[in-house]
Design a protein around this ligand. Structure first.
Ligand SMILES: Cc1ncc(COP(=O)(O)O)c(C=O)c1O
Length: 360
């Protein structure tokens, strides 16, 4: 479940990393891995001279170029995970009030607790298609609120927060003198594509990476977009964790940005087919309820049973995995990842159906 105040760990991340691998891994929330050596890559692209490069400018330019923001607003980090850590550690101090969406991505929440935040929750209800309750947000935000934290697209439901809602959240934050942290690691799988909240105003701080939507999780290429003064503080904080980043990974990330269309080729089409398969599966199952999957890589159906038992049965007898909803504080739900190969998803859904029938 959610880690206690100050706990130096993410229980969910530990659980996710210690499960036995299965063939139909619908617990995964990323597209298939991309082989960089399928591109015209040569060893000379890797700067193998042993040097490291503080704040490697070409990578900041590549990331900034994706959004049309200046490299001064870009901080590179080890994945969205470290980006979230650096952003929160810069923005909040022990005792600061932070408003977190519920349900939420546990490692992000555990980070805020680790940093000693005083946490309030803003709800996303299944019956509202997991839209953030902005009325509630306006009520609970105070002049002590330092940060409002959310994911867009939402993990686990895949819900998109509209630009209108983001602007309203930005207004609430501005009135309190707070920032809004938006984890956009799934945003590039919105349909149609949406641009970053970082362009909506200086109160927005955004994190992202080349992992989930690009299939390059091994590169650990993550980033933060923030106002230059904040970005500078994040770089300085990062000096506590390491001198520089592994330079060959930075060089490979630049190479990936230069070939981004090839890296993501076919992903949007596969996700569209996979979402259709999933939506048909939900329609065929009177025992499951779920909003239509329109965006993203994850869905969060409700089942009036014990999702923990379902996951255990799937792993033991069906070579299949899901994420039980207890990791998102909603034990009557479970998360399904839609990013994998279509035949894998098709077979995985069939196996989930068989396991649900067995538990009926
Ligand atoms: C919302 C969210 N943020 C961040 C991450 C981790 O991203 P990365 O691999 O880029 O560190 C995940 C992974 O599941 C996630 O769901």
């Amino acid at each position: 479940m959610i880690a206690g105040r100050g706990a130096m760990q993410s229980d969910y991340m530990h659980w996710a990393k210690t499960q036995r691998p299965v063939r139909f891994a619908l617990s995964s929330s990323e597209v298939p891995h991309f082989r960089l050596d399928s591109l015209p890559l040569s060893l000379s692209d890797l700067d193998l001279d042993g040097a490291s490069h503080p704040r490697y400018a070409p990578l900041r330019q590549a990331i900034g170029g994706k959004y049309g923001v200046s490299p001064e607003s870009v901080v590179a980090a080890d994945g969205t995970s470290m980006a979230n850590f650096l952003a929160m550690a810069t923005l909040i101090e022990p005792g600061d009030e932070v408003i977190f969406e519920q349900p939420c991505y546990e490692p992000m929440f555990a980070t805020a607790r680790f940093l000693g935040a005083d946490i309030k929750r803003v709800i996303r209800r299944a019956e509202d298609d997991f839209r953030l309750d902005l009325g509630q947000l306006a009520k609970i935000a105070t002049d002590r609120t330092r940060l409002i934290a959310l994911t867009n697209l939402h993990n686990p439901s895949g819900a998109l927060t509209s630009e209108e809602d983001l602007r309203a959240i930005g207004d609430i934050a501005e009135a309190c003198g707070a920032h809004v942290l938006v984890d956009e690691v799934y945003l590039d799988s919105a349909v149609p594509p949406r641009t970053t909240a970082a362009l909506l105003g200086p109160q927005f701080v955004v994190t992202n990476s080349l992992t989930k939507v690009y299939g390059l999780s091994g590169l650990r290429c993550g980033w933060i977009l923030a106002e230059p003064e904040l970005a500078e503080r994040m770089w300085r904080l990062n000096d506590l964790f390491g001198v520089n980043r592994a330079h060959q990974a930075e060089a490979l990330a630049c190479f990936a940005f230069a070939h981004l269309d090839e890296v993501r080729a076919g992903n949007a089409e596969r996700l569209a087919v996979n979402r259709r398969l999933f939506n048909d599966f939900i329609t065929s199952r009177p025992d499951l309820e779920c909003m239509e999957a329109k965006h993203g890589i994850t869905a969060f159906p409700r089942w009036a049973g014990d999702a923990e038992r379902l996951d255990a049965l799937l792993r033991a007898n069906y070579d299949t995995s899901i994420v039980p909803g207890r990791w998102f504080e909603m034990p009557e739900h479970f998360r399904i990842g839609l990013g994998g190969a279509t035949d894998m998803l098709e077979e995985g859904l069939e196996r989930i159906g068989a396991a649900l029938d067995e538990l009926r």
